[in-house]
Write a protein that binds this ligand. Structure first.
Ligand code: FES
Length: 67
């Protein structure tokens, strides 16, 4: 399933990024561009990140859709 439509990033892509050491929303943005365009994927991306890290979504999910 797509997480970031603007960049074509899927849940699998985020899982692979975590396996390669990505551990924060900022790193997701820097390495993959997640959230760098419209920003509407930030909450969903943060939830996927938290799930892959075995953390609570509330540890990461504070962003809101800017539109
Ligand atoms: S959907 Fe991710 S930046 Fe637009």
């Amino acid at each position: 399933m797509y997480i970031c439509i603007c960049r074509g990033i899927t849940e699998r892509d985020i899982a692979q990024a975590v396996q390669q050491g990505v551990s924060s929303p900022e790193q997701l943005a820097e390495t993959m561009g997640v959230g760098a365009d419209c920003g509407c994927c930030l909450n969903h991306a943060c939830q996927a990140l938290a799930q892959n890290l075995g953390r609570e979504p509330s540890d990461y999910c504070t962003a809101v859709c800017p539109s």
